[in-house]
Design a protein around this ligand. Structure first.
Ligand code: 13P
Length: 248
């Protein structure tokens, strides 16, 4: 099974910088024999960069998609991103849903995220659906209940025969340089795996996210049920992103 390396560029990169990244990344990746046989790469540019990424990645092995979509396809929803446009016009096959920054800063709630996942699936795209606990929740021993509640609510009503990707991102590990320990990652990924199986999902992968870098990637990838990463800071430069992929 290929490991997944998903780049969340957040609110960074102009379209030109996104284009340069893809061109350079393709050049570098193809120097490594069988790169795309062992690595599945997904890029999440900000909305203004999606067309640039699409023009260079459509028809290649590099997946891409928006960092957020609205749960209606079109209409009077000023300021939102259309999943249908991403899918049909830009050929995006993925969408990032429920990132903790969306939940916290933009107050997105479980019911909305569930509608987004359902729309993404109806468009034959794949969600990278993010879950994870805050530091306060971890310290209150609420990690698994919080993750389970987010999973149950977010994935309700989805077709379990269709692929879904879950990204476990402990909020306290995002952009802080604090990586969850291998034991913490192992516990949560095992629990998510068991939960998804119990819910009848047949095709899923579970990514870890939170201060992933080249020097911690190899050990994290050996943890059972870590099927890849969702990477923020280290995905912004081709060299650091590629080095995380090459830890595979
Ligand atoms: P960092 O890799 O910068 O910690 O960000 C993780 C993240 O939020 C990816 O979605």
């Amino acid at each position: 099974m290929k490991k997944i390396f998903a780049a969340n560029w957040k609110l960074n990169k102009t379209p030109e910088q996104a284009r340069e990244f893809v061109i350079q990344f393709k050049n570098e990746a193809f120097k490594h024999a069988d790169f795309f046989k062992t690595c599945e790469v997904i890029l999440f540019p900000q909305a203004f960069g999606l067309e640039a990424v699409s023009s260079l990645c459509a028809g290649t092995e590099i997946g891409f998609g928006p960092q957020n979509i609205y749960f209606e396809k079109s209409g009077a929803f000023t300021g939102e991103n259309s999943a249908e446009v991403a899918s049909v016009a830009l050929k995006a096959k993925f969408a990032l849903i429920g990132h903790s920054e969306r939940r916290e800063i933009f107050k997105e709630i479980d019911g909305q995220l569930n509608k987004k996942n359902i729309l993404v699936q109806s468009l034959k795209m794949t969600s990278v659906f993010c879950i994870g606990e805050s530091l306060q929740q971890r310290e209150a021993f609420q990690t698994l209940p919080v993750c389970f509640a987010q999973l149950d609510a977010g994935l309700a009503g989805l077709d379990q025969n269709v692929r879904v990707i879950v990204a476990y991102e402990p909020v306290w590990a995002i952009g802080t340089g604090k990586v969850a320990t291998l034991e913490q990652v192992a516990e949560v990924h095992q629990a998510i795996n068991d939960k998804l199986e119990a819910r009848g999902f047949k095709s899923f992968q579970i990514l870890y996210g939170g201060s992933v870098k080249a020097d911690n990637a190899a050990s994290l990838l050996k943890v059972p049920h870590v099927d890849g990463f969702l990477i923020g800071g280290a995905s912004l430069e081709v060299s650091s992103f590629l080095n995380v992929c090459l830890a595979n």
